[in-house]
Design a protein around this ligand. Structure first.
Ligand code: GRF
Length: 196
């Protein structure tokens, strides 16, 4: 299978980015991560990229206020990298509609719940897991989906499930879900790249 370019977006720790990169190094994923884009200059994902020779791009916060600055910057980077797949891994800023349109069915995201439950604007991080526990759900999990113009609403590609245990704290549940994310995301990326 021919190696393809991937661009990853991350705002935080970057453990999914790391899992993908490790899978690519082991050739479990037929891809080369050519760039890591972040809106957060303090993202752990940036440290990982720098330590592993992956081009890192920090989007200047000054561009976020402008109507077109953010879009232009993204367009420039993506034109240059020409990715087969754009992978959002804990990226909190919205992808502009123009980019979503241009890379239709080429942008994917992972969400730490079984969508359509606990999805949409503002549903991220520990808040999701707290709500799952408060509602007494017996299972949770993660979802990989295509990115469309609305947060967490694109077509679902795959899900992995985990049990919610009786005395779980939100942190324990988050950890259990995250482990599944690290397994599911590389599998989905592999599948999509081998069918594109
Ligand atoms: C993950 O829980 C993912 O589902 C969500 O953001 C988190 C990112 O975690 N979209 P990490 O930065 O990959 O550790």
């Amino acid at each position: 299978m021919k190696t393809k370019n991937i661009v990853v977006f991350a705002s935080g720790t970057g453990s999914n980015f790391k899992a993908l990169h490790q899978a690519a190094l082991k050739k479990e994923v037929p891809a080369r991560i050519t760039a890591l884009i972040s809106d957060n200059p303090n993202a752990g994902a940036l440290d990982y990229a720098r330590d592993h020779g992956i081009r890192d791009v920090v989007l200047p916060p000054s561009s976020f206020g402008e109507a077109d600055g953010y879009l232009q910057k993204l367009q420039e980077i993506l034109d240059r990298e020409s990715p087969s797949l754009i992978v959002l891994a804990g990226y909190l800023k919205k992808i502009p509609d123009e980019i979503v349109e241009k890379y239709k069915r080429k942008i994917i995201n992972i969400h730490p719940a079984l969508l359509p439950k606990y999805g949409g604007k503002g549903w991220y991080g520990i808040k999701v897991h707290r709500a799952v526990i408060e509602n007494g759900d017996e299972e949770s999990g993660c979802t990989v989906h295509y990115v469309t113009n609305n947060y967490d609403e694109g077509p679902v590609i795959a899900q992995a499930r985990v049990p919610v245990r009786k005395d779980d704290t939100a942190e324990q549940l988050a950890e259990r879900v995250l482990k599944q994310e690290h397994l599911l995301y590389p599998k989905v990326v592999r599948f999509l790249l081998s069918h594109s």
